[in-house]
Design a protein around this ligand. Structure first.
Ligand SMILES: Nc1ncnc2c1ncn2[C@@H]1O[C@H](COP(=O)(O)OP(=O)(O)OP(=O)(O)O)[C@@H](O)[C@H]1O
Ligand SMILES: [Mg+2]
Length: 346
């Protein structure tokens, strides 16, 4: 558990947690990446290892208080292995991983986000953890010059605080984003390496299908053909994982004794078909507005759906705060009037 009382408070809530400390179990052996992604990640890992050597074993971290941190950005579509790789980095360093679900922090604590970002860094220092900002798209966003709206002002403050904290932090920070673009230039300068997580190719997909199963205990029928599945479905690692779980559930639900049950090719096919169909429904609903805007013309700006939602939440909250302020002001005025009346009557 995080040691700061503030963080302990907001991790204690039900639902998706804003901050979570995990002891990493997964390693780079669990992740299959396209060659280009693998190469950049290896370079990042070499930097992390050298960082640990120089600043911990060689003691330079004790001599130099700031500006020694390593920040990476893992950018790529959902389910391409960004989270596993952040976990694997922490594992390689023998440290805990402090996962910050940024979108949750922001929606839960509108108006307080900057303070909480600072608290997260303090916790990472106290726990000597690798810091992982998941779903960090909104943080990375460009600061707006001359921001007037409350929501824009808040976003600017958060980026400023984040830059200050990053400067002071000597550990390893990983940001995960789905959108590679739109980085604030000052933020961009603090990021040592961008690792682009590409969708897996056919060869990687075949191996991902295999690593999702237990090599000894998962009962497979002789007709299972991962090469065919890899060839036919351009799925992400996350999709494959979900398909495998669906296939296993379907195979286990078939009649008969357990020892006779096997996962067949048809189970995997059905699993991945379901996953791909669900994804295309999601994509249609998320991008329906965007398509409409594209049809309307090239000058219509469409914000990222989640960012827009988060911004709406901030705006709604500032409106509530304004209404509350007016109500309190009115109550104060009435109390004042009542006081005057009482004084006049005396
Ligand atoms: N490259 C991969 N190799 C092996 N398994 C993978 C890979 N990518 C994803 N998976 C499987 O999919 C699951 C989800 O992946 P992960 O959480 O790392 O994706 P992500 O890139 O962080 O996605 P998101 O952007 O949605 O957070 C993993 O737990 C793993 O089982
Ligand atoms: Mg993730």
């Amino acid at each position: 558990m995080p040691s700061s009382p503030l963080l302990r408070f907001f991790t204690g809530r039900r639902g998706r947690q804003a901050v979570d400390t995990i002891t990493p179990e997964r390693t780079f052996a669990d992740v299959i990446l396209p060659p280009a992604t693998q190469r950049t990640l290896e370079q990042a890992l070499a930097q992390v290892r050298n960082h640990a050597l120089i600043f911990e074993r060689w003691g330079l971290g004790e001599r130099h208080a700031t500006g020694l941190g390593l920040a990476f950005n893992f950018a790529g579509p959902p389910g391409t292995g960004k989270t596993i790789c952040a976990e694997a980095i922490a594992h390689a360093l023998g440290k805990q991983l402090l996962v910050v679900n940024y979108s949750v922090v922001e929606s839960m604590w509108a108006g307080e986000t900057a303070k909480n970002v600072a608290a997260v860094f303090r916790t990472a220092i106290e726990d000597d953890a690798v810091l992982f900002f998941d779903e960090a798209d909104a943080i990375a966003a460009r600061r707006t010059a001359g921001a007037r709206q409350a929501m824009e002002r808040e976003a600017n403050t958060v980026v400023n605080v984040l830059l200050r904290e990053l400067e002071a932090f000597n550990g390893v920070v990983v940001f995960a984003t789905n959108l590679a673009a739109n980085f604030d230039p000052a933020f961009e300068r603090r990021i040592r390496t961008h690792v682009l997580f590409e969708m897996p190719g056919v060869a990687e997909r075949e191996r991902i299908w295999q690593v999702q199963l237990h090599p000894l205990h998962t009962p497979l029928s002789a007709d299972v053909d991962f090469a065919a599945l890899a060839e036919r479905y351009p799925a992400s690692g996350g999709d494959i994982k979900n398909a495998v779980l669906k296939a296993a559930a379907a195979a286990a639900a078939e009649p008969g004794v357990d020892v006779g049950k096997r996962i067949h090719q048809r189970h995997f096919v059905q699993g991945i078909e379901d996953v791909m169909a669900a994804k295309s429904v999601m994509r249609q609903s998320i991008f329906a507005d965007e398509d409409a805007a594209v049809a309307a013309g090239p000058n219509v700006a469409v914000p990222d759906a989640r960012t827009a939602l988060a911004l709406q939440a901030v705006e709604a909250r500032s409106q509530h705060a304004a209404l509350l302020g007016i109500a309190l002001g009115a109550a104060g005025l009435l109390a004042g009037l009542a006081g005057l009346v009482v004084a006049a009557l005396r």
